[in-house]
Ligand binder design. Structure first.
Ligand code: HEM
Length: 412
């Protein structure tokens, strides 16, 4: 996604919002955009023009406004990303993308209600012991090492084990998910990459078909069985909705949490005073996780939305069908909302960050994600209280939606 660089209020050359380079300096640029261009023109995927929102109040409004649609049919727009996949040989995208995050009410309400049955506070609390075991097991494997890559050794496997466990996916299949979910979140416009993604998506859908068929024959106490048999208003999910919901839960349930765990450890080690404060006051863990969510938002941009009718915001005319992009990361550093927004402060009060979104699409897994991150960070600190960053510079992954690291090397 291309954004015109802003200096002293002037829009200059284009920069790529998804690039790793941009992620290093994004907050300086967002600050300028918040001041001078509250409704900022950007060139989105496939050179479409879109509007970027960076102020907290506006971001909140765009996430909650019923005139802003998540279903491209409602906004009467073409999904060109889907068309490219079809052209590359993957013709069944409606079997993977027919989920709640791409739906408006009443469809959204029905799809969300079925999955919500598995995400009650009680059901999440029951996972606590299991997550502790997983965290301990992973750290047992590395405790004799001097240096680890936190992502590969800990942050990546932990959420994938949890979500696979919740869904009822066998252990031996877990490793396949990394390449499948990378293909889903990839926003490349390179034809070779799109063709490769199309093959991976076919594989992923075949896998979902097979495992769903198996659970239909022999239901278990797991989320896949719940999705197959749960009824909402006397209706069950159809095949397309089941596979799409599974895809959403797998991708949303782990890519994001990997980043939250890694980014929290990074932020703490980059701010030794805050790290010490947390070690001296473990009761600050909840607020440290919230501050990490705000400071290094794992989901940098909310997913694409469209104006379902014409409107004017801050004097800017927006046409029906125009894409709307909300920068969660920029809203979370808005000086109108947060005091000293660029300071990482684990004692911050009233931290009403937007990292899990807002409105009807508020993250279904927020409670689970926080629990996983709390246990992961606490266990790591308890086991390795003197850990340190092995390298001063880190490299953010170039990705449209997420803020995360490919690797984080730590001296234990
Ligand atoms: C939606 C963030 C973990 C499931 C969202 C949205 C955000 C978000 C920002 C709204 C997107 C939008 O409106 O465009 C995060 C972050 C996580 C996390 C930062 C971890 C740190 C999880 C987990 C699960 C999950 C663990 C499930 C296992 C979902 C689902 C939705 C969603 C199903 C769609 C809700 C709807 O459309 O009603 N998440 N998420 N997320 N998230 Fe998460």
């Amino acid at each position: 996604m291309l954004l015109q660089k802003v200096e002293k209020g002037e829009l200059l050359t284009y920069v790529d919002l998804c690039s790793a380079e941009f992620k290093h300096s994004s907050h300086e640029m967002y600050k300028e955009i918040r001041i001078h261009h509250p409704v900022c023109p950007v060139q989105f995927y496939l050179n479409k023009n879109a509007w970027l929102f960076t102020r907290y109040e506006d971001a909140m409004q765009m996430l909650k406004d019923p005139r802003i649609s998540k279903d491209y049919h409602t906004a009467s727009v073409e999904d060109e990303g889907e068309e490219l996949l079809v052209a590359a040989g993957f013709e069944e995208s409606e079997y993977l993308f027919n989920h709640m995050l791409n739906a408006d009410p009443p469809n959204h309400t029905r799809l969300r209600a079925v999955s919500q049955k598995a995400f009650t506070p009680k059901a999440i609390a029951r996972l606590e012991e299991k997550i502790r075991h997983i965290a301990d097991d992973l750290l047992n494997k590395v405790e004799l090492k001097q240096t680890i890559n936190l992502v590969d050794d800990y942050s990546f496997p932990l959420p994938i084990i949890v979500i696979c466990d919740l869904l009822g996916i066998p252990k031996e299949d877990r490793d396949k998910f990394r390449k499948w979910s990378n293909a889903i979140i990839d926003s490349s416009e390179d034809p070779e990459q799109i063709a490769e993604n199309a093959i991976l998506l076919k594989e992923f859908l075949e896998y979902l078909r097979a495992i769903t068929a198996q659970k239909r024959q022999e239901p278990q106490e797991d989320l896949i069985s719940t999705l197959i048999f749960a009824e909402e208003d006397g209706q069950r999910l159809n095949e397309k909705e089941i596979y799409s919901t599974l895809m959403l839960l797998i991708v949303a349930g782990h890519e994001t949490t990997v980043n939250l765990i890694t980014n929290t450890v990074l932020a703490l080690l980059q701010h030794p005073d805050q790290f010490q404060l947390l070690k001296d006051n473990p009761s600050l863990l909840d607020s440290a996780i919230d501050e990490s969510l705000r400071f290094y938002s794992p989901v940098e941009l909310a997913t694409e939305r469209w104006a379902s009718e014409a409107m004017t915001i801050h004097g800017q005319d927006i046409q029906k069908g125009d894409p709307i992009i909300v920068s969660i990361a920029a809203a979370n550093r808005d000086e109108r909302m947060f005091d000293n927004p660029d300071i990482f402060d684990i004692t911050r009060k009233n931290n009403r960050h937007l990292s899990f979104g807002s409105g009807i699409h508020f993250c279904l897994g927020a409670m689970l994600a926080k629990l996983e991150a709390k246990i992961a960070v606490q266990t790591l600190i308890n086991r390795f209280p003197s850990m340190q960053l092995a390298e001063k510079e880190v490299e953010w992954r170039g990705n449209y939606l997420m803020r995360g690291l490919e690797k984080l090397e730590l001296h234990l």
